[in-house]
Design a binder for this molecule. Sequence first.
Ligand code: ADP
Ligand code: MG
Length: 243
Amino acid sequence: MTTSKKEAKQRKSSKAKAIITVTKVSKSYQMGEVEVQALNSVSLEVLKGQIVSIVGPSGSGKTTLLNLIGALDYVDSGIIKINGKKLASMSDKELSLLRRDTIGYVFQNFNLLEEINAERNVEMPLILANIKKEARIEKVNHLLESVSLLERRSHKPDQLSGGEQQRVAIARSLANDPEIILADEPTGNLDSNTGKKILKLLIDLSKENNKTLIFVTHDINLASLAQRQLIMNDGTISKDILS
Ligand code: ADP
Ligand code: MG
């Protein structure tokens, strides 16, 4: 079956809607005298609940694409819509609410706060969203349980292994129940065995909770765990494979 037929079928069967729409997006960076074109007219539609991987050589634009979708950076040209709403027409306030409530981020170096323990790291987004203490405690317990870290809740990041730190980060990314999870090389700092377990956990939790997940990886085997694989080259999506 061709990708478009498969896509049509999938769309029909799940009545899935596009949650992310990227239309002819370009982005370049100025490096001294030189202009580097990081993305070159990229278009992409991601359906609600889809699990998507992105692979491609270093410098092919994967992080740039993820950062633009995640409203962490601005496009030069083209349009990005989340749930039908253009990022470019959102106010700063709307964008920060989007980053807080609609999108969960998982990074390669975990980005945990070093001074506070696992439990507090997971609680932080809930505090920022003004959730009451009782509800926070319940949610944090549930999240730590879902990543099997209840008994390590009092440990600070430097007392946890890389895999455990990433599990904390995954729990944190899910705290405000975002619709979308963006994970940029979440296994990049882990050994391959741990990396595979962590990615499977991320995929399972995304499916269970009906999240849309986009993850970047260097590992073709890990990429194939996704329903849909994008391959990037030179700032473009060169292949879009639906399995
Ligand atoms: P990938 O994540 O696939 O490795 P990136 O999106 O990070 O690729 O980078 C795409 C291109 O843009 C690369 O050539 C990179 O050097 C360049 N680039 C990315 N971010 C910046 C930046 N902040 N300043 C200058 N150039 C950048
Ligand atoms: Mg990158």
